[in-house]
Ligand binder design. Structure first.
Ligand SMILES: Nc1ncnc2c1ncn2[C@@H]1O[C@H](COP(=O)(O)OP(=O)(O)O)[C@@H](O)[C@H]1O
Ligand SMILES: Nc1ccn([C@@H]2O[C@H](COP(=O)(O)O)[C@@H](O)[C@H]2O)c(=O)n1
Length: 271
């Protein structure tokens, strides 16, 4: 059965299932990308829903780190491998997987084990066809052929002091690192790679979100926009997905101070 939907300017055909609205969420390490995605899902009433039933799903770019060679594994163990360089990712797999998702296919992706610097190939996440797919990571806008797949591009823009202050406890508590390891990796690889590869991709964003998840106005507007897109899709009944967002009206008048727009419109259509 063929499922055709209008996604912005582009009509997409998904013979095997739904073709989702694909949103890229980029930003430096610990900028709050996952937290922003979590908030979007919560506001769309998706957080508590079983994986198979979800209409909004989130995928991490970290699931597309490539396998390391034995000598790279040895380097990674000594904190000498650059996980912030584009070469650390499997671009082809990222592209194929996102194209499969856009074609409405069910895909499986591994989760990532930061302690062992490896994909957990026996812990696979199944991604069922959804209405909205969020793809978050430091370099999701770096690869042109991946970048062009997004219907909306968000950049979480949190200052580097805050990001480092968040990364240190997170990496120590959740990713099995010592303070020395975190700081050395940050100085040698994370910071220079952010400046060279991640920060320049901010220009591709449709919406820049200063302060990440603290920016309730930006998140509410994004959620509102997603809701409008989905409610324009005749296959999705409104009550299935979209409880109304409460916009904080006092802040509406000063929107331009809250969201840095990167183009003439708040949200651009797919390009
Ligand atoms: N607005 C915030 N206020 C306080 N802590 C936050 C905020 N956003 C994220 N964090 C914390 O900072 C760390 C990194 O956030 P996360 O969303 O995982 O960032 P990213 O996905 O960009 O690496 C996590 O420990 C998270 O709980
Ligand atoms: N084995 C690894 C793999 C990745 N990293 C770091 O993760 C960061 C990206 O994840 P965020 O949640 O912070 O966006 C990236 O900066 C890598 O340095 C790692 O430390 N070890």
């Amino acid at each position: 059965m063929s499922d055709t939907r209008l996604n912005g300017n582009r009509k997409m055909s998904a013979p095997e299932g739904k073709s989702p609205f694909l949103i890229g969420v980029a930003g430096g390490t610990a900028s709050g990308k996952s937290t922003v995605c979590k908030r979007i899902m919560e506001k769309l009433g998706q957080a508590e829903i079983d994986n198979k039933q979800r209409q909004v799903v989130c995928i991490a770019q970290d699931s597309f780190y490539r396998d390391l060679t034995p000598s790279e594994i040895a380097k990674a163990a000594k904190g000498q491998f650059n996980f912030d360089h584009p070469d650390a990712f499997d671009e082809t797999l990222m592209k194929t997987t996102l194209n499969d998702i856009l074609a409405g296919k069910i895909v499986t992706i591994p989760t990532y084990d930061y302690k062992n610097h490896a994909l957990k190939k026996n812990e696979l996440l199944t991604i069922y066809p959804a209405d909205v797919v969020l793809f978050e990571g430091i370099l999701v806008f770096y690869f042109p052929e991946v970048r062009k797949l997004f219907h909306m591009k968000l950049f979480v823009d949190t200052d580097s002091d805050t990001r480092l202050a968040r990364r240190v406890p997170r990496d120590i508590n959740e990713r099995g690192r010592s303070l020395d390891q975190v700081l050395n990796q940050y100085m040698n690889f994370v910071k220079p790679a952010f400046e060279e590869f991640c920060s320049p991709t901010k220009k591709f964003a449709d919406v820049i979100i200063p302060r990440g998840a603290d920016n309730h106005v930006a998140i509410d507007l994004i959620v509102q926009h997603i809701r409008e897109i989905l409610s324009n899709n005749p296959r999705i009944s409104e009550e299935r997905i979209l409880p109304n967002t409460q916009l904080h009206s006092p802040a509406n008048h000063s929107l331009s101070n809250k969201i840095a727009l990167n183009g003439e419109a708040v949200f651009k259509r797919p390009h």
